[in-house]
Write a protein that binds this ligand. Structure first.
Ligand code: SF4
Length: 315
């Protein structure tokens, strides 16, 4: 997918994730503002809109919006924590409104870890039920996982479990934890990951998915922690393809248009010695939160560098 438009339709949620990067402010998008945004979106000739939150399935207007987008030839995706899609009738309502694709957030295949991270007992069972409902309805499901301290050693086990339970899931996304907007509680701060630890299980997860011919992306992971899979880095893809991402936030940020330059994070002094430097997003929030991360400058041949760019440009 090329350019993407995200709309936060609300900012409240039934989960209470310790590392939430869009904490609740109880706001809802107004119907008028939503129409205004979609009309702008049509002018830009985007093909997909992504509904996010908060938790978009808690907005009663969601099926209506999906239907409206469809009438304007725009496909809809929803990023959900599960919410009421664990109710089959509601899941069907979204399907009937022409929902094409839903991303579910799952942080671990170990129930108590997932429920601890969401701070919402029962959320694991609900997300599993939601995936079952959506796959039964033939709505495409993709998985988002926030990389954090509590799953850094078993990212591979999560995808193996999901692949076994839901063989029809073909795409997985890892978002390295975004500490910028999260609440700065003691527990939240314990979720910051150890990069050296997740590098090992992330590589195993990527090897496994590759062996199953499945696709994946990783965001906010510096390239030296995902060697051999540079072409799946969201930042690197944006840099190489010069893509942009529009996000409508329900807070003081309002509309943010991320061009490729905005996908570049904090450069460490060692990065100047690295051959991946021109296509790397560096370390996100290095100064404030990730100062403990030790980057590993890489040496690559010209052919290796060209091959990364060619793979990105070819898909
Ligand atoms: S050393 Fe710096 S430029 Fe090189 S891959 Fe790591 S973060 Fe990127």
């Amino acid at each position: 997918m090329a350019n993407i438009w995200y709309i936060q339709v609300n900012r409240y949620c039934n989960n209470n994730c310790h590392f939430c990067s869009n904490p609740s402010n109880e706001k809802d998008i107004s119907y008028e503002r939503w129409i205004e945004l979609i009309n702008e979106f049509i002018l830009k000739k985007y093909e997909w809109v992504i509904f996010t939150g908060g938790e978009p399935t808690l907005s009663k207007d969601l099926p209506k919006w999906i239907e409206y987008a469809k009438s304007k030839s725009i496909n809809s995706r929803v990023i959900s924590n599960w919410s009421i899609t664990s109710d089959f009738d509601f899941a069907k309502k979204l399907k009937d409104a022409w929902l094409k694709l839903i991303h579910f957030s799952i942080y671990s295949h170990i129930e108590k870890i997932h429920d601890f991270l969401t701070w919402n007992p029962g959320s694991y069972q609900n997300v599993i039920k939601s995936i079952q409902n959506m796959t039964k309805l033939w709505v495409e499901v993709q998985i988002n996982t926030v990389i954090n301290h509590y799953n850094e050693d078993h990212l591979d086990k999560i995808v193996m479990f999901l692949n076994k339970q839901f063989p029809n899931i073909y795409h997985f996304v890892w978002n390295n934890l975004d500490p910028l907007m999260m609440q700065q509680t003691k527990i939240a701060l314990t979720t910051l990951p150890n990069f050296d630890a997740f590098e090992i299980s992330l590589k195993k997860a990527m090897d496994f998915l590759t062996s199953k011919r499945k696709t994946f992306r990783a965001e906010r992971v510096p390239l030296c922690f995902m060697r051999w899979y540079e072409f799946v880095s969201t930042e690197t893809r944006k840099i190489v393809k010069n893509e942009e991402r529009l996000v409508y936030f329900l807070d003081s940020r309002e509309v943010i248009n991320d061009k490729w330059l905005d996908f570049i994070h904090d450069k460490k002094p060692e990065c100047t010695e690295c051959d991946l430097n021109p296509i790397c997003g560096w370390v996100y929030e290095s100064e404030k939160f990730y100062s403990y991360v030790k980057v590993k400058p890489q040496k690559l041949s010209k052919t290796e560098k060209e091959s990364i760019i060619n793979i990105i440009n070819s898909n």
